[in-house]
Write a protein that binds this ligand. Structure first.
Ligand code: GP9
Ligand code: MN
Length: 710
């Protein structure tokens, strides 16, 4: 005790005690108030060490002050400020299951309004533990039990502390990168950054990022908007009159096929179809399908696909638009347009935590009325894999919510089971399906999870038919991006009947095709497979035109795939591109016919140069639109700007039921139409987990505190 007393009376001693105290408080927050969902020994190890480095780094700055009357106030001030930041995040997390960004702190964010009086009511008796050390130390200082040490640290020693903390932070960062590559460049989830680097590092990182965005936005002018508008006006393609409005007034059901590539369609392995159900849809007379449709995502993967489909603008060159800009961006996207033009109710069903890809914030800016995230489902035990609820359960367990939505609705289902690393419990595997034997686990397992996804879709379609939803819906199915990465494509080559030895970049590019199908039952049986070249930015205008909604007034970078004026030039996010005849990769032009470098005439060269210029221009204009948030200056006819403060995703079911009640016999929900009876019995699934009541180990963390009222 005496020794400790002596130690605290030195500068290094007090510094060490404060660093340790803050470390303990952070760990306390990690394990009680925050739900960070750490799994596995390595993640726990990172969790344990992550507050140490940054705390030591920050506190070490006090050493540079030589005089005791400056050193002590600064050191204590830093400790208090640091505790305050942690504590405010604790309170904030209790309300929003999210961490405070600079935008929320400064009141700039319209989505989450920062802490209000009501959030302060969210205090808990154990909060005392966050503050008690400070009170004790201040009292001890007052009574001279802790005495000020007059001896300053030599400059080289102070410097040693700072650089040691920096080095420790480097170790922390590299551990984090090992476990979660591209943690900072992709920024998929604030929770992840806190989990790996701590609250301080997250706040610092967010400060740098938001400073950059703020500067960009401040400099934005209306003229820049005009430039964008001029471009999108010029590329606008008018609807094909034979397709315009053929699905008018129908529900729109969107099925996001995770990591699903076009090569899976009609693929047979050991003489068995991988996705027999999707294949049957693909060839159906009710389906308008595309076989030259490409994903265009960047680092934002799923979220980039969502952004393109909802807004017909591109994702960003770096990082995810959802994560970096989505909390504050002005969108003029599908849920708002459909609601305002045709009275659609909008909802997303997704069995992962709401904060992933910042969806909890972005969806509000898009105008989504409901978001049924993991907290609405039982994801315990074997019901989920790494990214959330298994697909068969997602569809089955969503029906109880879906049936209460007023029709017409725009409902998006984001599947997850067919996600890297493509692991599936044995109980979910179809014993009749024999996958490939390439020796590459990812490739071999990919077919197994794709097969599972196909089965889950079939079960859902059976329900749609039985419940009557099918007939008055348009079901749009698409793959979000590749599942097998370029580095693994050589393992895939033999499965595709190719030779891995002469696999090229051209082959990689061709594999970026993903499915796109519009299933429109009873639409005249004109469905077929279109060979038009297009990409994810083209979906929104195509869809709106099918629903009979004109799009000329909006700023959209894609064009209607059915239109005769649609330009068949598909830009990838890295400025490569594909046309019906050529594929341009890092400036090299391949012929699609031969797969080899193309021999071009002068005229063809000129034409391709123009195409490249077009691609560069559209990407950079889309970036300027989003980075500078130019849509805030744009007011298309009849469009009311979305106010995110109007949306709240807790108690979704109760809210829908309340609307049903209020509307009475005018309610158009499936439930009301069914004589106020549930349609859940129309659903039949062979998912083995259905009746497992195990709640032992949650594979993903449920983070919504309102979970039990739903
Ligand atoms: C997570 C899921 C996966 O919720 O949508 O995103 P991805 O890793 O494919 O971008
Ligand atoms: Mn994805």
């Amino acid at each position: 005790m005496k020794k400790l007393g002596k130690f605290v009376n030195t500068r290094i001693g007090l510094f060490t005690v404060l660093v340790v105290l803050f470390w303990l408080k952070t760990l306390f927050a990690y394990f009680t108030d925050f739900k960070l969902g750490a799994t596995g020994l390595f993640q726990y190890l990172i969790l344990l060490i992550n507050p140490l480095a940054v705390t030591a780094l920050i506190y070490s700055f006090a050493f540079y002050l030589k005089r005791a009357r400056f050193f002590y106030p600064l050191l204590m001030g830093l400790h208090i400020a640091n505790t305050l930041l942690l504590y405010l995040n604790v309170i904030y997390f209790r309300e929003f299951t999210d961490f405070m960004t600079i935008a929320t702190m400064t009141g700039y964010s319209k989505v989450n309004q920062g802490l209000s009086g009501s959030s302060l009511a969210l205090t808990d008796p154990h909060d005392i533990l966050y503050w008690v050390d400070i009170v004790v130390i201040l009292v001890l200082m007052l009574f001279r039990v802790i005495r000020f040490d007059k001896r300053a640290l030599a400059s080289h020693l102070s410097f040693a502390f700072t650089s040691m903390s920096l080095a420790l932070f480097g170790v922390n960062l590299s551990f984090a990168e090992m476990d979660r590559p591209q943690l900072l460049t992709r920024t998929f989830d604030r929770t992840y950054i806190v989990k790996y680097l701590g609250v301080d590092a997250f706040t610092g990182y967010d400060l740098v990022k938001s400073e950059h965005i703020n500067n960009l936005r401040k400099s934005a002018t209306k003229e820049e908007l005009e430039k964008v508008k001029k471009f999108t006006d010029k590329i606008y393609a008018k609807p094909n009159s034979s397709m315009f409005g053929i699905a008018k007034g129908r529900n729109v059901i969107i099925i996001h096929l995770e990591s699903f590539q076009q090569f899976l369609i009609d693929k047979k392995i050991n003489n068995q179809e991988v996705t027999p159900f999707l294949n049957s849809l693909y060839h159906s007379k009710d389906t308008y399908a595309f076989d030259n449709f490409f994903h265009q995502v960047g680092q934002g993967k799923t979220s980039d696909a969502e952004n393109m489909l909802e807004t017909s603008t591109f994702g960003l060159q770096q990082g995810s638009l959802f994560a970096t800009l989505g909390s504050d961006n002005t969108f003029q996207g599908a849920p708002a347009i459909l609601n305002q033009r045709a009275g659609y109710t909008s909802a997303v069903f997704h069995g992962n935590v709401a904060s992933f890809w910042n969806r909890n914030n972005v969806y509000k800016n898009l105008g989504y009325q409901y978001f049924f995230d993991a907290s609405y489902y039982d994801t315990s035990g074997d019901k989920a894999t790494g990214y959330g609820l298994k697909d068969k359960l997602l569809f089955n367990d969503s029906v109880k919510y879906l049936q209460h939505l007023q029709q017409p609705f725009y409902a998006k289902f984001i599947t997850v089971t067919n996600h890297f690393p493509y692991t599936l419990d044995d109980e979910d595997k179809d014993s009749n399906f024999q996958t490939t034997d390439t020796g590459d686990d990812n490739v071999d397992n990919y077919f197994v999870t794709a097969h599972y996804l196909d089965q889950s879709l079939q079960e859902f379609f059976n329900y749609l038919k039985k419940s009557g939803l099918y007939e008055n819906s348009l079901i749009m199915i698409y793959g979000d991006h590749y599942g097998i990465s370029n580095s693994e494509n050589t393992s895939l080559a033999s499965v595709l009947g190719k030779n891995s030895d002469d696999w090229t970049d051209f082959d990689n590019a061709q594999l970026q095709r993903v499915p796109l199908m519009f299933v429109i039952p009873n639409s005249g049986g004109q469905g077929k497979i279109y060979h038009t070249y297009g990409g994810e930015v083209d979906v929104l205008p195509t869809l709106l035109h099918l629903l009979g909604i004109s799009t000329h007034r909006y700023i959209q970078f894609g064009t209607d795939l059915f239109s005769k004026q649609h330009k068949q030039l598909v830009a990838f996010r890295n400025q490569d591109f594909v046309t019906p005849h050529y594929t341009s990769l890092s400036g090299k032009i391949y012929s699609n016919k031969t797969g080899k470098l193309a021999k071009l005439t002068k005229k063809q060269q000129e034409k391709l140069k123009k195409d490249q210029e077009f691609v560069t221009k559209e990407l950079s204009l889309s970036d300027s639109l989003n980075e500078k948030n130019l849509l805030r200056f744009y007011h298309p006819k009849g469009f009311k700007a979305v106010n995110p403060a109007n949306y709240n995703y807790s108690n979704g079911l109760k809210r829908a039921e309340k609307i049903e009640k209020k509307k009475g016999h005018k309610s158009t929900s499936l439930y009301s139409k069914n004589g106020n009876k549930s349609t859940a019995n129309d659903y039949s699934t062979d998912a083995p987990e259905r009746d497992h009541s195990s709640t032992d180990s949650n594979r993903i963390q449920i983070t919504n505190p309102d979970a039990n009222n739903k």
